[in-house]
Design a protein around this ligand. Sequence first.
Ligand code: ADP
Ligand code: ZN
Length: 640
Amino acid sequence: MDQSCTPLAILREVFGYSAFRGQQSAVVEHVTAGGDALVLMPTGGGKSLCYQVPAIARQRAGRGVALVISPLIALMHDQVGALHEAGVPAAFLNSTLDWEQTQDVERKLLAGQITLLYAAPERVSTPRFLGLLDTLHAHGQLGLFAIDEAHCVSQWGHDFRPEYRALTVLHERWPEVPRIALTATADDVTRADIIERLQLQQAEKFVSSFDRPNIRYTIVEKKDAKAQLLRFIQRQHPDESGIVYCQSRRRVEELAQALCEAGLDAMPYHAGLPAAERQANQDRFLREEGVIMVATIAFGMGIDKPDVRFVAHVDMPKNIEGYYQETGRAGRDGEPAHAWMAYGLQDVVNQRRMIDESPAEEAFKQIMVRKLDALLALAEATDCRRARLLAYFGEQMVSVDASASEEGGSYRRLYCGNCDNCLQPPEVWDATECARKLLSTVFRVQQMSNIGFGAGHIMDILRGKPTDKVKQFGHEQISTFGLGAEFSEQQLRGVLRQLIAVGALQVDAQAFNTLRLQDAARPILRGEQPVRLRAETAKPERRARAERAPRGRAAPPAAADLDTAGQARFAALKAWRGEVAREHNLPAYVIFHDATLAAIAARAPRTPEDLQGVNGMGSSKMERYGEEVLRICRQTHNTA
Ligand code: ADP
Ligand code: ZN
């Protein structure tokens, strides 16, 4: 192979990065050589390079264009823009192009002038597009198929897109063209489904660690979600970019407004907004700094903004896959970031109800319930959240600090040092008695009145509150009346939550969310199954930064470490970058990452040689912006 075509040479020349990360190198070698691959890598792991480098290598070797399937029409413009910045000929074909633009792209394709072509899955099965691929193939100019967000092919994934099913045509029609499928989420069921649906049985599987060490996980009990969220942002992430996920459109609107009223720069995003407004909000989020997006899960897939500092869930997602995918959007740049969730009894009730009410088949519901239970267990956990998350994806965590992982005699506790439970181990109380009392109350009212009652009423009985409803149904007579007076409502809610989570109680959505006893309640009622819960300690939420510093990637010179003159250069470079980005209609990070600007500022460069080897400074950017960058640095030398 020509030296300029080796993957490492391309990585350095085009992208300006010195080395591949983790599995990237193995994937790139395999695919460049024509092998099929399934790549599972967490968000921020660097999946794009896994197909972009082989695409360039194969094009340089005369093998033609790489077709990239991506469901993210709204982001194709930026993805292609980023490649242009790196000097790579790329284009997209989707519904945003008019007839003339489409023809122009097709002409360039046939002239061999394009290295990567992005297209939406629904386009692939159109006769016109298939004809185009046929022509390319006939000339030996179809070099690679890359299928991004491959979990969309599976209904077990959290983002099923039926159009993905039709992608099998690629392999059936052009079996010798190598394929690479990539995803950031896939538990065992989803993974098996992707392999089967996309016929990747023969493909090499590359599974990376799913750990995101720079993300700190915190899950708090929901009291007043709005106030808690506000406190979290104001205390821990002032002026930083973040995403707040909510379950419903109404809540998105409500919270976005509340944050704005509190003086934060927040915007709503959900499927009910007009397309133009959605796009405008997304663009602002990507292009500006310190903006908060309050959104439903309609927002975020493919959002590759590297400096999202926090992802907050004010409502509980459906399952761990969704939670991990969404929280994974924080800290792609490897710098410290925060995943924060508030969850409460109502979340459990709502999620259970959605499953019960769905028209899906029983087998499907069963899987959904199991997935929800895993998330509930994570939320209720008193041990390391990271260890649980990784275990869910089939990975065994290694404690970062063995001495700290010793707790309670022979019991070894896994310790990541960067989740709420590791940083501040919660107290645990034995809620077995309380659970038994709650369950027998549910049992007795059911027996006595022959109808079910909701959580509030059950708690009133146990706490001995003679409400109108209690009197109306004569529930003061029940033997457990007042037996739980020593428990706070919060404690009782916690226990109920757990009882629903383990399936001892069921919420009947058809009958005013009444609670019904299930078989799983028996061992608890008989005292055979202990119930242990985190104690609600009313500790103030401490400032995250004051605690043990979160771990980032082996740190490049961070902006915070610069001296005064360096800071001045950094600020000037950022201002310049903002102008360029606006001119090119691209997000700033596509021009240069913060880390690249910080590295430049630290070097105080005077000549082009001084810029050699800065991470993120590829040859195209050097040529385009090198002089400008030097000019700005020199100017700042003189004024500083
Ligand atoms: P993913 O698609 O897996 O979420 P990306 O491909 O967007 O991740 O990469 C995440 C970030 O890491 C990007 O900003 C990218 O430029 C950077 N990156 C990826 N690979 C490398 C590498 N080998 N060296 C330096 N930076 C990298
Ligand atoms: Zn931990």
